[in-house]
Write a protein that binds this ligand. Sequence first.
Ligand code: TYM
Length: 329
Amino acid sequence: MAERILTGIKPTGQLTLGNYIGVLKNLPKMMDRGECFIFIADLHALTLPIEPKVLKDNSIDIASFYLAAGLDPKQVALFLQSDVSAHAEMNAIMQNYLYMGELSRMTQFKEKSAKMKESGIGLGLFAYPVLMACDIILYDANTIPVGEDQVQHVELTRNLVNRFNQRYGNILQMPKAVTPKVGARIMSLSDPTKKMSKSDPKGDIYLKDDIEVIRKKIMSAVTDSGSEVKYDVENKPGISNLLIIYASLKDISIKEAEQHFKDYRYGDFKKEVAQAVIDELEPFKKRYEKIIASQSYVEALKDGAAKASILANKTLNRVKDAVGLFRAK
Ligand code: TYM
């Protein structure tokens, strides 16, 4: 089968440089490799408490960032997960084929639920990977571009596909996670042993940050003792993270980045990394602002949902038939 590419971003907070390097920037290159289904995982955002206005604004932001990154809505299906009801319907079926034991072993569930002990842990947070598996199988997707933290969820989807196909025949397509060679896990600038995530204002670079704020954040990124710019994740996690950011944005290997900075002191090194980030994000942010102002995301999302629904409903019907759900319409 030709390549079918699918990925999503959850509108829970401000998008970071981690999201940009991990997936966003790599998507336009994939448009020519196969059919792309790219979405905003808004139902997933409800698994943690979120204000309605924030959810809505974040969803619009992500749609606009996808377009600003260069996705052509004529060529790819760009849509909101909640606009394609087949996701929720498939979820109702597939929740019976993943087990509580395997869901409770998911790293993301363990991390997120630990913070929710007092307020109560919603069932949706626990069942999150079921819906994510449905996102993937609905489109017979085989290539799933993600950052490292989502690989475990794609692996679980593979288990589901195996289990389901063994029982019902060859019904579901087997997906595979694809992570970038450089930049699959961008770390926090304030604590480079932790992942850059949407909820750490000090350690994050937000795509919506002003250019000068971005420069300041990189200049004050935690570095390590010593003065040599060297890739050594164990002993120099801060420097290594900045080297990864630079290499990824310049499309070079970490070795080449290391070579480029071999005679640099930390201060000059950071200055040049900051400039590389700004050179990349400045035009991207301008495109984003234009898209927000013109609201061109509305048409794109409408078209995308229509395109996505056709395929998703086909797969849903195939699954209904396989498990024995009688369809009277
Ligand atoms: P989310 O919204 O947390 O992140 C979106 C994408 O960005 C990647 N990412 C990173 N990559 C590198 N370094 C980082 N610090 C970093 N932080 C985040 C993530 O790995 C992800 O690829 N569950 C998903 C959304 C989703 C999905 C799907 C993805 C729902 N259904 C189906 C793929 C296929 C999530 O919460 O991503």
